[in-house]
Design a protein around this ligand. Structure first.
Ligand code: ADP
Length: 587
């Protein structure tokens, strides 16, 4: 670090330095004698604006700025899973072990553990031609994750040597002779600039459902593998529970959770809770396939800005191995506030509510890195990054700029409702406000691969729920007696949909997850009930008698019936239902 500039101004996390003509935007620099980590975010002549990721108190004009001539990069390799990093990928657990709760300024600590030995199993053939993205071998990163070691970007040639056995991440495990005759020594670390997307062969249209086992999501507002969704969460509306449920149950191999500047104690909750979450598929801790990135609001604002890029870079890296990765960013509102703060310090022209004009494009850049791709190195290897961003609009009002910008980008919106949460209807996803633009392609996927009439049934659910809203409005104005009997049956059926199907208890051993097959059965039962009730009411049968039927309770308990007993129970329910309606008819 010989070359250096000179600090001319310090304004919180923003430092301006002169003599910087030889650096580039997004280069990392070390600021002041303390060597604080910073990133160049703007260049004007020889003046650079530097976003500093550590506390800048006590540094001042005249102090040096050292160049590294490298962009802000993630270090990728075995050891990422089950780690907790901050926004610029400093390993919080190792730092805590070495220094205690307070991170010393300007420390140089390796992001990935350099001492740990991994058992490398080679799989590529020596003497074969290899290029970027091809698999050289793997290590068992955790009990549940096989970490494939890929030929790094921009490397191509003949594989002349491949290691077998133990190695640390920085030891050579392969040698590749390039076409120019150069020998490249490859270890298990890859560096990648976080603000640039990692390459792939091609992006595929997301057309498969990411089954979550959460009924309101899979049936009404499904997310595709490689899709993008937003979930706004007024406090106490169940945002955390939804995210935990997705982390546990969604059809994803790897979870990257970016806790972005939530209040310190909320982030602590996540840090404390995640390691205790059990992975239902393996019985192990969920951390065995999770990477956590944690920035609390008491960490410098700039690190928060970087954290979502660090997170998505890690997500892309596992995608490249052919995994389905889900990244959750919580919350993008706090991230946007960091952007706003830096923008105002840069004295840029403020846009709506002080957010910079590039808020939307930055958000889009993040979400666009999600997707379902054919991976570099092997077009048959398919990987996906599915992105779920939490938004926390002040006062729950989604007309503010961050929510609006997010809504323009994402394809799925799960609107959490404080009213539903207050009524203890969980998950409190408002079926009247939420939407999924993947609905059509996913219905095609399900009708082809699961159940032929899925789309027809779902459409009927949606209509009933919408009609209920209208009817309830009428009831509110003129009372329930003004409704026809048909409408009363609609209300009863919609209530069944809400209470017996949409409502789902995350803490109930069986109810916590429902397969598509069982969801289908549950919907079938409710709609059958609706049809039979309609016939009965047209024959002038008593509404009370329909309301009091024994089968209603059985339908209500169906969600607590084990997956493998569901089919049988549904058969019995159908029989009981038919006999009860038959009896009514004969009365
Ligand atoms: P937020 O993160 O939005 O502040 P939480 O996710 O912590 O809210 O949820 C608040 C409370 O609501 C939880 O402690 C829990 O009691 C209840 N809750 C939320 N979702 C569910 C659910 N799916 N099943 C059962 N209870 C839930």
């Amino acid at each position: 670090m010989e070359k250096r500039g000179t600090i001319t101004k310090v304004a919180g996390p923003l430092v301006v330095a002169s003599g910087m003509e030889n650096v580039q935007v997004y280069d990392v620099v070390r600021v002041s004698h303390k060597k604080l980590i910073g990133e160049v975010i703007e260049l004007r002549g020889d003046l650079a604006s530097i976003q500093v990721y550590e506390e800048t108190a006590g540094i001042g004009p005249g102090e040096p700025v050292y160049f590294t001539n490298e962009p802000l990069s993630a270090e990728l390799g075995p050891g990422l899973i089950s780690s907790i990093f901050d926004g610029i990928q400093r390993p919080l657990t190792s730092i805590y072990d070495a220094y205690g709760a307070h991170i010393p300024l300007g420390i140089d600590i390796a992001k990935l553990d350099r001492k740990k030995k991994w058992l490398f199993e080679p799989s590529a053939k020596v003497d074969s031609e290899v290029s970027s993205g091809m698999i050289l071998g793997f290590v068992n990163e955790t009990k549940v994750v096989k970490h494939y070691i890929l030929v790094p970007p921009k490397v191509k040639g003949t594989l002349i040597w491949l290691h077998k056995g133990e190695a640390t991440v920085s030891e050579t495990i392969a040698k590749i002779k390039t076409n120019r005759g150069e020998i490249k020594e490859i270890n298990m670390i890859q560096y990648w600039p976080v603000r640039k997307k990692r390459p792939y062969i091609s992006k595929l249209a997301p057309d498969k459902i990411m089954v979550t086992g959460q009924r309101v999501i899979d049936s009404l507002f499904p997310l595709s593998i490689g899709g993008i969704a937003a979930i706004p969460g007024p406090f106490g509306s169940g945002k955390t529970v939804v995210q935990h449920q997705l982390a546990k149950w969604a059809d994803a191999d790897i979870i990257v959770y970016v806790g972005c500047g939530e209040r310190g104690n909320e982030m602590t909750d996540v840090l404390m809770e995640f390691p205790h979450l059990k992975d239902p598929r393996t019985g192990e801790s969920l951390m065995q396939r999770t990477v956590l990135i944690a920035n609390t609001s008491n960490m410098p604002v700039a690190a928060r800005e970087a954290s979502i890029y660090t997170g998505i870079t890690i997500a892309e890296y596992y995608r490249d191995m052919g995994y389905k990765v889900a990244i959750m960013a919580d919350s993008t509102s706090r991230w946007a506030e960091a952007l706003r703060e830096m923008s105002s310090r840069l004295e840029e022209m403020p846009g709506e509510e002080g957010y910079p004009a590039y808020l939307s494009s930055r958000l889009a850049e993040f979400y666009e890195r999600a997707g379902y791709v054919s991976c570099l190195g092997d077009e048959k290897r398919l990987g996906a990054v599915t992105a779920i961003g939490a938004v926390s609009p002040p006062g729950g009002d989604t007309s503010e700029p961050v929510s609006q910008a997010t809504l323009r980008i994402v394809k799925v919106f799960w609107g959490l409702s404080a009213t539903l949460a207050y009524r203890r209807h969980f998950p409190a996803i408002d079926w009247l406000k939420s939407y999924s633009l993947y609905e059509d392609v996913i219905h095609e996927d399900i009708t082809t691969n699961y159940h032929q009439d899925w789309n027809v049934l779902i459409r009927r659910l949606q209509i009933l729920l919408q009609e209920e809203a209208t009817l309830l409005e009428i009831v509110r104005l003129v009372g329930v007696d003004s409704l026809s009997k048909e409408d009363r049956i609609k209300l009863l059926s919609a209530q069944m949909i809400r209470e017996d199907f949409l409502h789902q208890n995350a803490y109930h051993e069986i109810d916590t997850y429902t397969s598509i097959d069982k969801q289908y059965l549950m919907i079938q039962v409710i709609l059958k009930w609706y049809d039979l009730a309609n016939v009965a009411i047209r024959q002038n049968k008593d509404l009370r008698a329909i309301e009091m039927m024994k089968v209603n309770e059985r339908i209500g308990r169906l969600k607590y019936v084990k997956e493998k007993e569901a089919q049988n129970e549904v058969k019995n329910i159908m029989l009981l239902m038919e006999s009860e309606f038959q009896a009514l008819k004969e009365e």
